[in-house]
Design a protein around this ligand. Structure first.
Ligand SMILES: Cc1cc2nc3c(=O)[nH]c(=O)nc-3n(C[C@H](O)[C@H](O)[C@H](O)COP(=O)(O)OP(=O)(O)OC[C@H]3O[C@@H](n4cnc5c(N)ncnc54)[C@H](O)[C@@H]3O)c2cc1C
Ligand code: FES
Length: 279
């Protein structure tokens, strides 16, 4: 049996600087050993623990979809010790990965439904994986309308800009890409994500919404969905608690009766309603 604490070695295949402030970088990893690539079977919404010897281990959402092959994408904000070290690493360097960890977005069990995706800031990562999965020809036909609502502070802080452009050009996706304030050269939507969600007015009939973003965005988005008649079983949110083991053993990440690492990170709004506000 594979020891769940033992990371698989991965090689950095490609690094992309995503944002104008250079604080967010995307890393494509390839597994050093093919059998590890085969063992690592993930689904959109899951995360992994990335480790760098001598620095530590951090949970990061998996930004690539399994429909994209065996390479894995992670987009990392430079926040502290481990993420700064990662930002200083380049193509060809080896590090570790443990996972896939946690649950995933409920896409399989909601085939046949309309999907609304709401993302704020760099929390869009696992929703990128979701978009790739939904738009794959094997899956797209099984879902109704797709609304993709995504906001960043400025145009230069939007992630995956080439892909956003491709999604905007498709006639089977309603893209609502917004920035906080008017900016030179920007002719798209302007306004905070909750306001744009209100304007897009996605209907709750036969639909689910997947929401991921900073707590302030979630706080103001929830009442918008309530007002439009969505119920708590149709809304799924991904949490980002502090973690250590990532597998439900250390007790570092709990919220009420849940371990975010194992029971989440994706929870329905119904599950979260009534829990202590420590997430
Ligand atoms: C399920 C999950 C998915 C995540 N996905 C991503 C992702 O896709 N991209 C990404 O850039 N980050 C993501 N994070 C956050 C990421 O794990 C932290 O930013 C990282 O652990 C910081 O490590 P560090 O050693 O560089 O920073 P540290 O030196 O440990 O801390 C630096 C700063 O970051 C804060 N911080 C540390 N851990 C967290 C955390 N878990 N959540 C919020 N703030 C934290 C600290 O309070 C401190 O202010 C995710 C976290 C979780 C739990
Ligand atoms: S991180 Fe250890 S129990 Fe969740």
């Amino acid at each position: 049996m594979h020891n769940p604490y033992l990371p698989y070695p991965v090689r950095i295949d490609k690094v992309v600087v995503e944002t104008e402030d250079r604080q967010l970088r995307s890393y494509w990893f390839e597994f050093v050993h093919e059998e590890h690539a085969q063992a690592f079977r993930h689904f959109p919404g899951q995360f992994a623990e990335l480790s760098i010897a001598g620095y530590g281990e951090i949970p990061i959402g998996i930004a690539s979809s399994p429909t994209e092959g065996n390479k894995l994408l992670f987009t990392v904000n430079r926040a502290g010790k481990v993420t700064t070290r990662l930002h200083n690493m380049g193509e060809g360097e080896i590090m570790g990965i443990r996972g896939p960890l946690g649950n995933s977005y409920p896409l399989e069990e909601n085939r046949g439904k309309n999907i609304v995706i709401v993302a704020g800031g760099f929390a869009v990562t696992t929703l990128r994986a979701t978009m790739h999965w939904l738009l794959h020809p094997d899956n797209r036909k099984d879902y109704g309308t797709i609304d993709f609502i995504y906001g960043a502070r400025t145009p230069g802080m939007l992630l995956y800009r080439d892909e956003l452009k491709q999604w905007q050009e498709r006639d089977d996706v309603r893209c609502h890409i917004t920035i906080d304030r008017e900016a030179e050269g920007w002719d798209g939507l302007v306004g905070f994500v909750p306001t744009i969600a209100e304007q897009a007015e996605p209907r709750p009939d036969n639909a689910i919404a997947l929401i991921c973003g900073p707590p302030i965005m979630i706080k103001f988005t929830q009442p918008v969905f309530d007002k439009m008649g969505w119920n708590g079983d149709q809304i799924f949110m991904s949490l980002e608690n502090r973690m250590k083991c990532g597998i439900g053993i250390c007790g570092r990440c709990n919220v009420g009766p849940y371990y975010v690492c194992k029971d989440g990170p994706v929870f329905s709004k119904t599950q979260l309603d009534g829990l202590p506000q420590d997430y």
